[in-house]
Design a protein around this ligand. Structure first.
Ligand SMILES: Cc1cc2nc3c(=O)[nH]c(=O)nc-3n(C[C@H](O)[C@H](O)[C@H](O)COP(=O)(O)O)c2cc1C
Length: 403
């Protein structure tokens, strides 16, 4: 394997896997910042200029890296980060070897296959591959990726060095990659990142991995496009690595759980109490400043308070209590009755009033028969920055931890 190495004398190793079409210099600035304290290894992925190996599959690429870690680093490292294709290779490494690292930082790694993109790659590259060597075309493409200007020479040199066969192979493999069930068994502390401006496939992939891997964390970085985090914000990226590693001690101290619920007529409240008992959580009512009367809850009346609120996307019914210390909780269960197939708008007020950074949110609901899926979808869409692990309808018996 070809790689660049920094801080070789340091005992703990951080491995950073570049995005498809880029190379080790994707993480050069990070490596410079980390080299005093860590041994940083920046491999060149298979099929990329200077790697010395053709690209075959994401699985082979991951297996090759694991074999290299076995041979040179005793089978496991402190942290592995990866962007896009590199992020997929990282998730695949964790699927093949759950303890290949203690911490993992996967940025913009798609795990939901895109058949259309996959099918278009071959024909599209047949026509345009030659253009890559054209400097002005390359510059246009480089700018569309929003990379810092000083990386252009590296980018131009290394994209020119990628064989057409390899480029098609890794683009196709990346479009086809899907989540492996074995990933859920990883022992690594998995942190998922994406930019708020990324496409739906990437953002939905984050949720899919988040739901599949217990204890994983997701962060959507507002305003950032694909790859911008590691390529253009090395200081932020390194600070994030340091924050993740600082959690090392904190994680061992088990944090608390809170069941927060809104209930207009008592059904959800009863389930919230059962759930808090089952998972050993504190209980807190999301009480409206103005309680709902029976007339307010009449869904047959299009002018009732609940009907009016649910018709108005901007409705944010006031809370009775807006100061509540959530600092001690790392998981917050949020419960509500289903209203008009989704969550009542007071839940929006709740989610917008308190700070849920670093917290895992698990939704639960009661209903007259409707499911919770639409509520989960609506809230994830409205609050992509929140870590909403999933939701469960608790019309039946409450049994233990939900997610
Ligand atoms: C305004 C309103 C709208 C409702 N909409 C739905 C619905 O779309 N689907 C459903 O299955 N139940 C619906 N229900 C029934 C409630 O979800 C159900 O009775 C729930 O268990 C009540 O919980 P609570 O006692 O905690 O308020 C609605 C109830 C109200 C008051």
């Amino acid at each position: 394997m070809e790689y660049q190495e920094y801080g070789a004398g340091n005992p703990e190793t951080i491995l950073l896997l570049h995005g498809g079409g880029l190379s080790w210099w994707n993480y050069r600035a990070e490596a410079e910042l980390l080299r005093d304290r860590y041994h940083v290894v920046l491999p060149v992925l298979d099929g990329h200029a200077g790697s010395g190996r053709p690209f075959t599959t994401v699985e082979d690429c991951a297996a090759g890296l694991i074999a290299w870690i076995d041979e040179h680093l005793g089978g496991s490292v402190l942290l592995i980060g990866g962007l896009s294709l590199g992020g997929q290779v990282l998730l695949e490494m964790l699927s093949q070897r759950g303890d290949v690292c203690r911490y993992a930082l996967a940025e913009s790694a798609a795990v939901l296959p895109s058949r259309i993109t996959g099918a278009l790659i071959g024909p599209a590259f047949g026509c345009s591959y030659g253009l890559i060597r054209d400097r002005s075309f390359s510059k246009l493409q480089f700018r569309s990726l929003r990379m810092p200007e000083h990386l252009f020479e590296d980018y131009y040199r290394d994209t020119c060095g990628i064989a057409k066969r390899d480029m098609i192979a890794f683009l196709k493999a990346s479009a086809a990659y899907s989540l492996k069930p074995a990933l859920s068994r990883t022992e690594a502390s998995l942190h998922l990142f994406a930019g708020g401006k990324e496409n739906r496939r990437i953002l939905r992939s984050l949720d899919a991995v988040r739901a599949a891997v217990p204890g994983s964390r997701k962060t959507v970085l507002p305003g950032l496009s694909h790859g911008e985090f590691s390529v253009s914000r090395p200081e932020d990226y390194v600070r994030t690595i340091e924050d993740i590693l600082k959690e090392q001690g904190k994680e061992k101290r088990k944090m608390g759980k809170l069941v927060a619920y809104f209930s207009a007529s008592g059904v959800t409240e009863a389930k919230a109490k059962e759930l808090a008992e089952a998972v050993g959580a504190d209980l807190w009512e999301i009480a409206p400043a103005v309680p709902y009367t029976k007339a307010d809850l009449n869904w047959m009346d299009p002018k009732s308070r609940s009907s009016m609120e649910m018709k108005d996307k901007a409705s944010r019914p006031a809370l009775a209590e807006t100061e509540h210390d959530l600092g001690a909780y790392d998981t917050v269960y949020v419960g509500f009755p289903i209203w008009w197939y989704t969550a009542p708008t007071i839940i929006n007020t709740f989610l917008e009033t308190f700070d849920f950074t670093g917290k895992r949110i698990v939704l639960f609901a009661t209903s007259g028969g409707s499911g919770i899926d639409r509520a989960v979808r609506d809230l994830r869409k409205r609050y992509p920055e929140l870590d909403i692990a999933g939701g469960k309808l608790l019309n039946g018996k409450v049994a233990g931890d939900l997610f």
